[in-house]
Design a protein around this ligand. Structure first.
Ligand SMILES: Cc1ncc(COP(=O)(O)O)c(C=O)c1O
Length: 445
């Protein structure tokens, strides 16, 4: 049996190995993972005391600290208020809550709060099989934890999107308290503006889970949920938005209806679902917001361009990338049906053996029980884009992937090329290398 000290030594070694393997030697194409800049990481390390503190209490309707139940808060309160205001400024809304520790927590507080404010506990969601996150579903948080009654949007597999007309009929018939949009397998903007009117008609709150696309929204290349009629945005802060792992909820306090919703969501945050709010991430969140304000448009545009380039290139080279007629994607991800090359499990493993990290994914038409061997792959381009990949680099990366997918070369041979390619892209662009650089940039503008 291993001794306690053996375990500690192994723990340290595994951590070092992981950092080297995934940060230096692998190319990351997991669509749900972001890439922080050195300045964001530096800010995280500067906040190590903050990371251990508590700030339980209530916030006001601007999202600012109102009451705290612990002493020693004077700077912590400032940090939380500044991070809140930076997120409000970036997303042009007048209320935000940054006490949220993850996207799932954001959904927990949003769905709980809205269900308390709404007239009933019915929630219309995208089917899990068509890209919703498990937290939206009756088998996950929404049903099993919160006891909400789920009713599905009608999904059009050919369009890879919610069917606006038939979903309008569902909403009209069900008269739910909440209608949600957004998802995990999320290629095209959801028909929020098309369905806003019917949501109003039945008096439903509209919630938009922006976890995957928050950075694209900040960059102005994806639908703007607030402009299209969302009441609340819930989100992770670490996918296309390249901040520290955490979450945020945002909205607009502009009516008694929204006042009621925001107050209920705040109640669902504290005291219902948060005690320590992981304050150490907040300074880094603020720096990520600054980077997205300055460089987000350019970054987001290139992410989508790279995803579309890969879609076209893989398709032309015999891989069934979905939604060819629609230009493959308008987000950071593409979806691939990889059955003719052995299925999601086999191909994702072969790519991992070549140090290209991708996730296998159920496609809407799969038997939803076959999670261990789905038909598909979901491929994300936010990490490689932030490392500086442009269209020609993406094609080169696709060639390496094609070698593995088609079995032209052994993954172990391709791995050597992947490590070499990664070495060429070992800096993070569209952001700051350190806090001093951020400060001098701000002073100049
Ligand atoms: C749409 C969506 N919402 C919520 C989450 C959960 O976010 P987190 O992992 O931050 O809890 C995810 C995770 O990938 C997601 O895809």
């Amino acid at each position: 049996m291993e001794t306690f000290t053996d375990l500690v030594l192994k723990l340290i070694e595994a951590t070092r190995n992981h950092e080297y393997y995934r940060d230096v030697e692998c190319i990351n194409m997991i669509a749900s993972e972001g890439l922080k800049s050195p300045a964001v990481k530096q800010m995280q390390s500067l906040a190590s005391d903050l990371e251990g503190r508590y700030a339980e209490g209530e916030n006001d309707l601007e999202g600012h600290v109102k009451v705290r139940y612990y002493q020693g808060q004077k700077y912590m309160t400032q940090v939380e208020n500044y991070a809140t205001d930076l997120m409000k400024g970036l997303f042009k809304c007048n209320w935000a809550d940054v006490r949220i520790v993850s996207g799932t927590h954001a959904n927990l507080a949003t769905f709980k709060g809205l269900s308390l404010a709404a007239k009933n506990r019915k929630m219309v969601v995208t089917p899990l099989s068509c890209g919703a996150h498990i937290s939206h579903d009756y088998t996950g948080l929404a049903g099993n934890v919160l006891g909400l009654e789920n009713i599905n949007h009608v999904y059009d597999i050919n369009e890879f999107n919610i069917d606006p007309d038939r979903s309008a009929d569902v909403i009209r018939a069900a008269k739910p308290g909440i209608v949600t949009f957004g998802g995990s397998l999320f290629l095209f903007p959801h028909p929020l503006k098309e369905l806003k009117e019917v949501c109003n008609e039945v008096g439903a709150y509209v919630a938009y889970d922006a976890s995957h696309v928050l950075g694209l929204i900040a960059g102005g290349v994806f639908q703007d949920p607030f402009k299209e009629g969302a009441d609340i945005i819930s989100s992770s802060t670490h996918k296309t938005f390249p901040g520290p792992q955490g979450g945020v909820i945002m909205g607009n306090f502009d009516s008694s209806r929204m006042e009621r919703a925001i107050k209920k969501i705040q109640f669902a945050v504290f005291p219902l679902s948060a005690s320590s709010t992981h304050l150490g991430r907040l300074p880094a969140l603020g720096i990520a917001a600054l980077e997205m304000k300055l460089f987000g448009a350019e970054l987001a545009k290139q992410i989508v361009k790279n995803a579309q380039t890969a879609g076209q290139y893989l398709y032309e080279n015999g891989v069934k990338v979905l939604c060819e007629k629609k230009g493959f994607t308008r987000s950071h991800q593409i979806a691939v049906d990889i059955r003719s090359f052995g299925g999601g499990n086999k191909v994702a493993q072969a790519l991992e053996d070549a140090n290209i990290i991708i996730n296998k994914n159920l496609l809407p038409y799969d038997d939803q029980g076959s999670k261990s061997d789905p038909s598909g792959l979901r491929i994300g381009f936010q990490d490689v884009t932030r490392r500086g990949f442009r269209e020609s680099d993406i094609k080169h990366l696709c060639d390496l992937m094609l070698d593995v997918i088609k079995g032209k070369r052994k993954p172990s041979e391709v791995k050597t090329d992947v490590i070499a390619l990664k070495k060429e892209f070992n800096t993070v662009k569209y952001g700051f290398q350190n806090i001093e650089e951020a400060l001098s940039y701000i002073k100049k503008i």
